[in-house]
Design a protein around this ligand. Structure first.
Ligand SMILES: [Zn+2]
Length: 156
């Protein structure tokens, strides 16, 4: 990475998922490419969920952060956000740090093994309440030990 690209990458760490403020774009693994030339910054991201309104908010946040902070470090003020549909984003791209942050936030991160733990007490005694939790990408579970309901971030 050249210096400008590195600076943009650092600034993008401030942009978080509008629905899950503990997850940054970096944690989500959605940043595909950053290009900085003399006149503009082009950030390419993978949409997490097609039609997810959060993506539009995220795109606007990228532009806002780069406009606000970028000029202080001498970056161009024209910002373009492009989306790359292929290969499609999967929950596998969420970083280990991101998964840990989700769990600490009270959301069970995507689990390849299918093992779902209660984020409150780490009990394995959980039951599915609804395939759709607070958003379509999450399912609602309840822990039968501590009785707390929690969201599970579904694999896809
Ligand atoms: Zn529990």
């Amino acid at each position: 990475m050249n210096g400008n690209v590195q600076q943009v990458y650092e600034l993008l760490k401030q942009v978080t998922d509008p629905e899950i403020p503990v997850l940054s774009l970096e944690d989500l693994g959605v940043i595909r490419d950053i290009d900085v030339n003399d006149s503009e910054i082009i950030v390419t991201i993978s949409p997490t969920y097609s039609g997810c309104p959060a993506m539009e908010v995220m795109e606007q946040d990228i532009v806002d952060v780069l406009k606000k902070e970028g000029h202080r470090v001498g970056l161009p003020s024209n910002i373009r956000v492009e989306t790359q549909l292929s290969p499609a984003w999967t929950t596998d791209w969420i970083t280990e740090k991101g998964k840990k942050a989700l769990f600490e936030y009270g959301i069970m991160p995507p689990s390849k093994s299918g093992e779902i733990l209660c984020p409150q007490c780490e009990s394995k005694q959980v039951e599915l309440i609804s395939q759709f939790g607070s958003t379509a990408c999450k399912a609602l579970y309840r822990c039968t030990d501590c009785l707390e309901p929690f969201d599970y971030f579904k694999c896809h």
